[in-house]
Design a binder for this molecule. Structure first.
Ligand SMILES: Cc1cc2nc3c(=O)[nH]c(=O)nc-3n(C[C@H](O)[C@H](O)[C@H](O)COP(=O)(O)OP(=O)(O)OC[C@H]3O[C@@H](n4cnc5c(N)ncnc54)[C@H](O)[C@@H]3O)c2cc1C
Length: 389
């Protein structure tokens, strides 16, 4: 029988290997050199600007799981995972890579060959920043309530309506826009358009919204007034496919949210471990109090359970087996746990934990929305409950 490992062995995700370790080092260098120094400025201006997107594209860090024939890096979800982890455990959430990748996957999975050739290489280069515009002022959880209309007009469609809370909305140059082509048909009357925004008449970006957290992320309102889009930009080339297209990509999206939650927890626990070793009260370091040890034990355990679950989901996704209910479990449970863990991290920092210059403070504020976007956690529970039969 092999001997039990000594305590404190670092956990390594089973999907990591030597190549990915080298890739992780390169990503960490990019994140620390090109992103971290600018984060403060990005938070103030409420967006990361286009330059970092072009740089990330030039480094091969965009669309890493898109096939090389469409300009991607030809890797798989593990490459994306490494990038999300390296950004999010450092509290870097302004660069909306997740949404960009989800947008690219809509095109990859549902686009015509011509659409894939036209958009994906430019997305991989960072020439086109991607966004997904589903939510409207009157339609969030219930996407059947979408009112943005697309009406056929010769070889084009005319789009009218508005969207809200759109991640990457201010910087986006290619957008997945959910519309109704036939309101009488309900879900079957939903169609998605690929809208290239630069110079587009009738298209307007409203405010960058003022949020509780994720300060460097450009979450925006969008307005469409007789926006003319060629029929060739209807995703997949057929009307009425929008709802099916939206549903089929959900496990991928939810896994990205869950993985971000795990990385944020790990970053928070690490920062808290370091802080309590330094900070003193009553003649001891904070780390010497039994309460601190127990709290650290609890949050490290919660983060580890979340990690093991998300790693399993990653492996399932790689094997094409990640189902909607399991991805919903990961999204709901991990983001709820993320909030609890980061709350403890803030508590162990005392008053400093309330100051925005501390990583745990930012992680805590950024965590709140994780339970809301990507489908609220209540909607996740609906989906899980349905799968229980
Ligand atoms: C920072 C941020 C970024 C976002 N990014 C994007 C983006 O890039 N693209 C995009 O399209 N959208 C985006 N969203 C929108 C987000 O997906 C929606 O806010 C979310 O889906 C909830 O919709 P809603 O805000 O309309 O809330 P509502 O649907 O009005 O929900 C309000 C409350 O009612 C609950 N509820 C609703 N239906 C049920 C039900 N059947 N059973 C039980 N409870 C229910 C909800 O869980 C919630 O607690 C973003 C939102 C934020 C805040």
């Amino acid at each position: 029988m092999p001997s039990a490992p000594t305590s404190g062995q670092p956990y390594v995700s089973p999907w990591m290997d030597q190549d990915l370790t080298m890739f992780r080092e390169a990503v960490a260098r990019f994140v620390e050199g090109e992103m971290l120094p600018h984060d403060e400025h990005w938070r103030k201006q409420k967006n990361v600007g286009h330059e970092i997107w072009r740089k990330a594209g030039a480094q091969g860090l965009l669309c890493t799981d898109i096939p090389a024939e469409y300009g991607g890096a030809g890797g798989d979800f593990r490459h994306e995972a490494v990038i999300y982890e390296e950004m999010q455990r450092r509290g870097l959430v302004g660069f909306g890579q997740g949404v960009h990748s989800i947008c690219a996957h809509y095109i990859l999975n549902h686009g015509t060959e011509e659409q894939k050739q036209r958009f994906l290489p430019r997305m991989a280069q960072g020439e086109l920043v991607g966004a997904i515009a589903m939510t409207e002022p009157g339609a969030g959880s219930d996407l059947q309530g979408v009112r943005t209309r697309a009406v056929k007009d010769g070889d084009d469609y005319l789009i009218n309506g508005s969207k809200i809370f759109i991640t990457n909305g201010y910087l986006a140059e290619i957008m997945i826009v959910v519309t109704k082509t036939d309101p009488a048909q309900g879900a079957r009357g939903t169609s998605i358009f690929l809208v290239e925004t630069p110079g587009l008449a009738g298209y307007r970006v409203g405010r960058i919204l003022d949020k509780m957290g994720m300060q460097a992320q450009d979450t925006s309102e969008l307005f469409f007034e007789d926006v003319r889009v060629p029929a060739a930009n209807l995703l997949g080339g057929r009307e009425g496919q929008g709802f099916y297209q939206l549903m089929s990509d959900l496990p991928y999206e939810r896994l990205i949210v869950a993985l971000g939650g795990v990385a944020a927890m790990e970053g928070g626990v690490q920062a808290t471990k370091e802080y309590v070793r330094e900070r003193k009260a009553f003649g001891k370091t904070i780390s010497e109090f039994q309460n601190t040890k127990f709290k650290l034990a609890e949050i490290a355990t919660q983060a580890r359970i979340a990690r093991v679950f998300v790693d399993r989901c990653i492996q399932d996704l790689l094997e094409g087996k990640l189902d909607t209910a399991t991805a919903s479990m990961a999204k709901y449970w991990i983001t709820d746990t993320q909030q609890q863990v980061l709350d403890e991290c803030v508590q162990l920092h005392g008053g400093y934990g309330y100051m925005n210059e501390y990583l745990v403070t930012r992680l805590f504020a950024d965590a709140r929305v994780q339970r809301i976007y990507g489908g609220t956690n209540e909607i996740m529970k609906e989906l899980i409950a349905r799968s229980l039969g």
